[in-house]
Design a protein around this ligand. Structure first.
Ligand code: ZN
Length: 257
């Protein structure tokens, strides 16, 4: 029973019936209203991510459970590569982390994801090496390469709140990630609707390099966010600031345009 019962209706009912209505209303309120699926490919090193990337990201989304979100993990090793039509149909936001197995993701699933975003308003959040994932490339329509290259040298990252009014930055201040992999500009993407987060790397030799870290687009009816940090040899998805950013991103991406 999901109908909202007015006070007058409750008063008009007998006490026993009213109690029953209130109980069933309470039960209905506990049902999740939104669903986020966190997808990864099982390739992260177990000493850093014992439950893979999806497990760590899902753990960081726990504050959303109190706000009516069901948080689900999925993997390329699941049936239908973790993105069955049935699952996508009831998913509000799909989060994606891949690295080694982009090429294994079947076209039928990519097409279904793109359709759910563009026509169904599902949010899509790509993290780190998922810049080269098939769904992100199909949604943005570009190659999505970081043309300056990729260097895993443990640089420090200063994460900078760029679009101060963006909902993804709510409660977020400039912060630091101790070690990251550097993805160097330029980034082959269509003009974002917002550069949500900027960044400056501090290389091991002390020199600095700017690289944008968070981008937002609206694609058809859906919202898309790309977040650059998240290399699998560093515990970035356990970082409190990163977790808060991703919680905000899920809430933002889950609101239909
Ligand atoms: Zn990486």
């Amino acid at each position: 029973m999901t109908a909202i019962v007015s006070r007058r209706t409750v008063l008009a009912l007998g006490a026993a019936a009213a109690a029953e209505v209130l109980l069933s209303s309470t039960a209905a309120a506990a049902e999740p209203k939104h669903r986020v699926v966190v997808w990864s490919e099982g390739s992260a090193p177990k000493n850093v991510y014992p439950h893979d990337i999806n497990g760590s990201v899902a753990e960081g989304l726990k504050p959303l459970a109190e706000k009516g979100w069901e948080i689900v993990t999925a993997s390329i090793n699941d049936a239908d590569q973790g993105v069955s039509a049935e699952s996508l149909a009831k998913t509000d936001v799909l989060m994606w982390w891949g690295h080694k197995f982009h090429g294994n993701v079947k076209k039928e699933h990519v097409d279904a994801i793109v359709d759910r975003v563009k026509n169904g308003g599902m949010g899509f959040i790509a993290m780190h090496s998922a810049h080269f994932s098939k769904p992100l490339k199909a949604l943005l329509g570009t190659n999505c390469g970081w043309k300056g290259g990729y260097v895993e040298d443990g640089s420090k990252l200063e994460l900078i709140v760029k679009d101060k009014k963006h909902p993804i930055n709510e409660g977020i201040s400039d912060c630091t990630i101790a070690h990251t992999e550097r993805y160097t500009e330029p980034f082959e993407i269509p003009e974002p609707e917002s550069v949500v987060l900027d960044g400056v790397y501090i290389r091991p030799d002390g020199t600095k390099e700017r690289s944008r870290q968070g981008f937002a687009w609206t694609i058809g009816k859906g919202k898309v966010f790309y977040f650059q940090p998240g290399h699998e040899t560093y515990p970035i998805f356990f970082d409190a600031n990163v977790r808060k950013i991703l919680c905000n991103a899920v809430e933002w991406a889950g609101k239909k345009s």
